[in-house]
Design a protein around this ligand. Structure first.
Ligand SMILES: Nc1ncnc2c1ncn2[C@@H]1O[C@H](COP(=O)(O)OP(=O)(O)OP(=O)(O)O)[C@@H](O)[C@H]1O
Ligand SMILES: [Mg+2]
Length: 246
C-alpha cells in the first residue's frame, strides 16, 4: 500500500538531516506502528508520505500512485490526521465535517452514516453544533479524526492519534483501526505509547536520528528473547544507536 524508496529529507538548507535514506513497504491489511524518540523524523516521514513535504531524494507510492507525480490519485486513498489541529475555529464541528466531506465529494448518505457513527463513537453528538474554538484539545482531535475518516479512505495515516483522547475514545479508535485493517485496509500511525504499539500493530518500525533502525513484527524484534517488551527493545536499540553502533 505504501512503498517508500530511499527517501531523504533535510531542513535548514541541509544542516538538519531529519530523514536519512529510509526504505519501507507497508502492506494492505496491516497496522504499522512507527515509533522513535522526539525529533527522530516520524512527522517528517509522515508529511512526505502524505505529500505535504517533498523528499530531497527518493520516491513514495500509495497503492502504486506516486505521491509527487500522481498526487491527486495518491491522496484520494489517504485519510490523514496530523499531529496539530489546524481547524477552522469559527465553524462548528458539524460544519467542519461537512466542509471536508464536500472537499472529498462524499455522497450524502455515506456522509450522514459515517458522521453519525463517529460522533456517537466519540461521544460528540451533543457538542457537534458548538463552535470549534470552544472545544477542548481532545474534542478537536476527535473532529480531526472524524473528518479524516468520513470519506472512507483505504489508508489511514495518523500522527500520534491517541494524544489527548480519553480512555474510552482511545479504546474506540484502536478497535476501529483493527476493524479497518481486518477489512483489508491499512493503518500507518506514529505513537509514543509503546504498550499500544505492542498490542495492536502487525509490524513496527523504529526510527532514530532519521534512520530506520529496526522493522518487523514484535516477535521478530524480540529476536527470540521471550518476554522482552517493546519498551526494552526500544531502549536497547535507540541507546545502541546513540553509542555510535549505527
Ligand atoms: N520545519 C522544520 N524546520 C527545521 N527543522 C525541522 C522542521 N521540522 C522538523 N525539524 C527537525 O527535523 C527533525 C525531525 O523532526 P520530526 O518532527 O520529524 O520528529 P518526530 O519524530 O515527529 O518527533 P516528535 O516525537 O517530537 O513528534 C528534528 O531534528 C527537528 O528539529
Ligand atoms: Mg512528530
Amino acid at each position: 500500500m505504501i512503498n517508500i524508496k530511499n527517501v531523504t529529507k533535510s531542513y535548514a538548507k541541509g544542516s538538519v538531516k531529519a530523514v536519512d535514506d529510509i526504505s519501507l513497504e507497508v502492506k494492505n491489511g496491516e497496522i504499522f506502528g512507527f515509533i522513535g524518540p522526539n525529533g527522530a523524523g516520524k512527522t517528517t516521514t509522515i508529511k512526505m508520505i502524505t505529500g505535504i513535504l517533498k523528499p530531497d531524494t527518493g520516491s513514495i507510492t500509495i497503492g502504486g500512485k506516486d505521491i509527487q507525480t500522481d498526487s491527486v490519485e495518491a491522496k484520494r486513498q489517504i485519510g490523514f490526521v496530523p499531529d496539530s489541529h489546524e481547524l477552522y475555529d469559527r465553524l462548528t464541528g458539524m460544519e467542519y465535517i461537512k466542509f471536508i466531506s464536500d472537499v472529498y465529494g462524499v455522497p450524502e448518505a455515506q456522509r450522514k452514516a459515517n458522521t453519525e457513527k463517529y460522533l456517537a463513537m466519540f461521544g460528540l453528538e451533543d457538542s457537534s453544533e458548538e463552535l470549534i474554538k470552544t472545544y477542548s484539545h481532545g474534542m478537536k482531535q476527535k473532529i480531526t479524526l472524524i473528518s479524516a475518516l468520513v470519506h472512507e479512505p483505504p489508508l489511514w495515516i495518523l500522527d500520534e492519534p491517541m494524544t489527548g483522547l480519553d480512555p474510552k475514545a482511545s479504546f474506540a479508535l484502536k478497535e476501529e483501526m483493527r476493524s479497518h485493517c481486518d477489512r483489508g485496509n491499512t493503518v500507518f500511525f506514529s505513537t509514543h505509547v509503546l504498550e499500544v504499539a505492542e498490542r495492536i500493530c502487525d509490524r513496527i518500525g523504529i526510527i532514530d536520528d532519521g534512520k530506520l533502525i529496526a522493522v518487523g513484527t514484535i516477535e521478530e524484534l524480540r529476536k527470540g528473547e521471550k518476554g522482552t517488551t517493546l519498551e526494552n527493545i526500544f531502549f536497547k536499540l535507540t541507546e545502541a544507536a546513540e553509542g555510535g553502533e549505527k
